[in-house]
Design a protein around this ligand. Sequence first.
Ligand code: MG
Ligand code: MG
Length: 264
Amino acid sequence: MGFRSKKRVIAAKTPGELDAMQAAGEIVGRALQAVRAESRVGMTTHDLDQIAETVIREADATPTFLGYQGFPASICTSVNEVIVHGIPSKEVVLEDGDLVSVDCGATFEGWVGDSAWSFGIGELDDDVIALNNATEWVLMEGLKAMVPGNRLTDVSNALEKATQRAEQKFGVHLGIVDGYGGHGIGRTMHEDPYLANEGKPNRGPMIQEGSVLAIEPMLTLGTTDSAVLEDDWTVVTLDGSYAAHWEHTVAATADGPRILTPRR
Ligand code: MG
Ligand code: MG
């Protein structure tokens, strides 16, 4: 018998640490709300980045993304066929009918919050509205599995099952982007374990009281396949179909899942 090399539980935070993480998460929530509220046709994704960075810095927090592995901005702005990791740019001008996914992280007093949502500019096509509503719904359904006693892939499986149900509920074909998913989070943004957005249940480390995961379904109107552009960041759908991305940082507690990145 050898020692197990993999951790059998997802590290737990104390209630006080969860409060501290939520303080960071609420700053992220405010930044996301400000970006959506101020987004207009004709603005650039660089403008959105400035809005988010201002909110984060005025809260005496640090934009976690800025400089992360060389990332040059405070948020990711992923428009239409861009799934995640789009770089804010003065060249990307928002147009009527765009679906913008904004992903944001803030570090406050040593703790990180990570959250994302997608929203429309002007009027969206019906299938894009369905995609976006479905992705939000899948996040909220999937995170219900973030409870003590479940295992890591119970969350993955809940997200996959919710995606299947969402196809019926929202009347749309959905692709689960292959190879991207959520993660542990705490004093740094990306911690073990990796959380797939699909898979068989009852595998991986146990979720305990105080375990925290960033849960982030990424769904498309077409393919599950993606490619990274030459900037080494921008992830696009291989078939050009639109993608949506919703994320919350979520703790497992005795009272159920606790969203640490509320938007209020
Ligand atoms: Mg994120
Ligand atoms: Mg994340």
